[in-house]
Design a protein around this ligand. Structure first.
Ligand code: MN
Length: 134
């Protein structure tokens, strides 16, 4: 058994080529093989969001605070709030982040395939981000 006391692992700021705005990630779980599950708590400042990306085995997002947006190709973003859970299908291109005037926090859970968890693409443009949400 491994025990990770609160605050014992430093928060990591999201890299500028994968996130727009300020995003902080707290590790929850990233066990070695043969375990596959990865879990992170992610905090987005207003306007902050991921770049477009996909996950080889899908991803579940559970919103734990604030109001956010989840975007898919050729569709207006979906407004999401604390308590919502969103399943992203394997290889589905998407992004997630805070709404323009609100912080958002979620727990992201996904499985690694051959050690990798995401394929990263271009940043989400302001036009894509500011489309009226569904
Ligand atoms: Mn994702």
């Amino acid at each position: 058994m491994d025990f990770f006391p609160a605050g014992s692992r430093a928060a990591v700021r999201g890299a500028a080529d994968r996130f727009t705005g300020t995003v902080w990630q707290d590790q929850i779980h990233s066990a070695a093989e043969p375990a596959r599950l990865r879990a992170l708590r992610v905090f987005f400042e207003p306007g902050a969001r991921t770049a477009w990306h996909s996950h080889p085995l899908g991803q579940i997002l559970h919103i734990t605070g604030g109001t956010g947006l989840v975007g898919r190709r050729n569709q207006p973003p979906q407004l999401v709030r604390a308590g919502d859970s969103i399943w992203i299908s394997p290889t589905e291109e998407h992004w997630h982040g805070a709404a323009p005037g609100s912080c958002m926090e979620h727990i992201a859970m996904h499985e690694a395939q051959n050690g990798f968890v995401a394929t990263w693409m271009e940043l989400v443009s302001d036009e894509e981000y500011l489309l009226s949400p569904a």
